[in-house]
Write a protein that binds this ligand. Structure first.
Ligand SMILES: Nc1ncnc2c1ncn2[C@@H]1O[C@H](COP(=O)(O)OP(=O)(O)OP(=O)(O)O)[C@@H](O)[C@H]1O
Length: 248
């Protein structure tokens, strides 16, 4: 069932599995005279778990920031549930930025209590479950955390919200290899229930390969493909082989 607090999500779910939760139409962005995104168009159907893949500097983070409404594109449209992305739409989207920083002087538990007050869609039950799964110590001061430990706390913060769209920019940066695999399966895989829509930018293709049902490939600011993963597999290809074909 779509969450009744988000009429657009309900509308989208009612419209069928193919209703786009995220749509970009000819999105172009220039930063300091450089074209960072050049006519990017794709759709992510509601309920998908999509990977946004591409090499360093491809434009993935820039595209995600446009989707969160941090800044508008120079031209084209970015839409969430068929309405323009923008700061006023942050209620439908939970975002984990690639270079986010949590207040170093707080303990993890103190931060989570603060976040619970900040977000109206915070789920205390999910937060408690994720504290265990992500192995976060509520007593640990954020400033004393390793990069991987802080990344877990950031992921926990993002996933404790019940927003219908979840956008994660490099959620596993700094997390060790074995933990990346288990977090991908036990946390992201479990939350991808066919209702929420995930867009995840990652270089950890092997760990995420089995979870994606769609991939968007972007290189030097241009769209280089948007594939249904089942169709890729039916043609004898994997996400990794597709990535190598495009970028190697
Ligand atoms: N504030 C800025 N000033 C100048 N150039 C910028 C700025 N922000 C982004 N860029 C440029 O835009 C391009 C895309 O950057 P972006 O961070 O979106 O790429 P990315 O695909 O997320 O890369 P990565 O995988 O390394 O995180 C890069 O060439 C980057 O140098």
């Amino acid at each position: 069932m779509a969450d009744s607090r988000y009429p657009e999500a309900k509308f989208s779910a009612a419209a069928g599995a193919k209703a786009p939760a995220i749509r970009c139409v000819d999105v172009t962005l220039r930063v300091k005279k450089k074209t960072v995104l050049d006519g990017v168009s794709f759709e992510i159907p509601a309920g998908s778990l999509a990977g946004l893949l591409g090499p360093n500097g491809a434009g993935k983070s820039s595209l995600m920031r446009i989707l969160t409404g941090m800044f508008p594109p120079d031209s084209g449209r970015a839409e969430l549930f068929c309405a323009p992305a923008g700061p006023e739409r942050l209620g439908v989207l939970s975002f984990l930025p690639d270079r986010g920083q949590l207040p170093p002087y707080l303990g993890a538990g103190e931060w989570l209590r603060l976040a619970a007050g900040l977000y109206p869609d915070w789920s205390e039950a999910r937060m408690e479950e994720l504290v265990v799964k992500l192995d976060v110590d509520p007593a640990q001061r954020i400033g004393s955390m390793s990069r991987g430990q802080e990344a877990r706390l950031q992921l926990l913060t993002c996933l404790s919200r019940q927003a219908p769209i979840i956008v994660l920019d490099e959620p596993f940066a700094g997390v060790d290899m074995v933990s990346r695999e288990s977090i991908a399966q036990a946390v992201v895989g479990e939350l991808a229930d066919g209702e929420r829509t995930f867009l995840i930018a990652t270089h950890d293709i092997r760990e995420m390969e089995n979870l994606f049902d769609r991939i968007v490939l972007i290189g030097e600011g241009r769209m280089l493909g948007c594939h249904d993963v089942d169709q890729l597999r039916a043609s004898g290809r994997s996400v990794e082989s597709c990535y190598r074909d495009v970028f190697a």
